[in-house]
Design a protein around this ligand. Structure first.
Ligand code: HEM
Length: 188
């Protein structure tokens, strides 16, 4: 088992829990967005059905994981590495991360509320979490109908921006930002 110090974040890098959450969720988001793009562009094809069949269950898993990640992030807030670059770049990075977290919570929450308030019920991994109802509850379904897809695409745009900035730090500035999330803390 990793020593406790490697589990937690430190100013020189992220610990193993943060890195596992970051890269595990990145893989699940890649899967989720591949399914969403296929749903938009190749509806009712075999490959679309293969990905889209998992949309509710993977989305629900991401919702649980982001809550765990948010709580872990708050517990590690004072230990985390400072942002690299000018004060303006650091402020932009902070705002970008806050927006990412807000959307990672809002996008699945809106869909889950809509599913719970809708007529079809809500089932994940074959387990029914909410039974079908005779009539939908508009207060639960309307926000998801209006915003789930739209904010889902905004989240994808932010994720793309996040990846571009990570590569900018790695390839142009070479300031160790990406390594802190891949390799973790540097040896003292
Ligand atoms: C972080 C997790 C999620 C992401 C990033 C996400 C993303 C998206 C995106 C981008 C679309 C638009 C697809 C299109 O335009 O064809 C979409 C549609 C949809 N999503 Fe999600 N989703 C997530 C979680 C969920 C969950 C948990 C549910 C169910 C409870 C769900 C149910 C749906 C449904 C029914 C649609 C099609 C109807 C609509 O356009 O709103 N999603 N999702």
């Amino acid at each position: 088992m990793a020593p406790a110090s490697r589990l937690w974040d430190s100013p020189s890098g992220y610990g193993s829990v943060t890195r596992a959450l970051h890269w595990g969720m990145a893989a699940l988001f890649a899967w989720q967005f591949a399914g969403a793009l296929l749903h938009l562009l190749a509806d009712k094809t075999a490959i679309e059905r293969f990905f889209w069949n998992t949309h509710f269950s993977v989305g629900f898993t991401l919702w649980l994981l982001v809550l765990v990640r948010g709580a872990w992030g708050l517990a590690n807030l004072r230990r985390r590495p400072a942002h690299e670059g000018s004060a303006r770049m650091a402020r932009a990075a902070k705002a970008g991360h806050l927006a990412l977290y807000a959307l990672m919570v809002a996008v699945p929450s809106l869909a889950i509320l809509r599913a719970v308030g809708g007529t079809r019920g809500f089932t994940v991994y074959g387990i029914q979490l909410s039974a079908p109802r005779q009539a939908a509850i508009p207060a639960l379904t309307a926000p998801g109908n209006a915003l789930h897809s739209l904010l889902g695409w905004v989240l994808l745009a932010l994720v793309v921006g996040h990846v571009v900035m990570a590569l900018y730090h790695a390839r142009v500035r070479r300031d160790g930002t990406l390594e802190r999330m891949t390799r973790g803390a540097l040896a003292p």
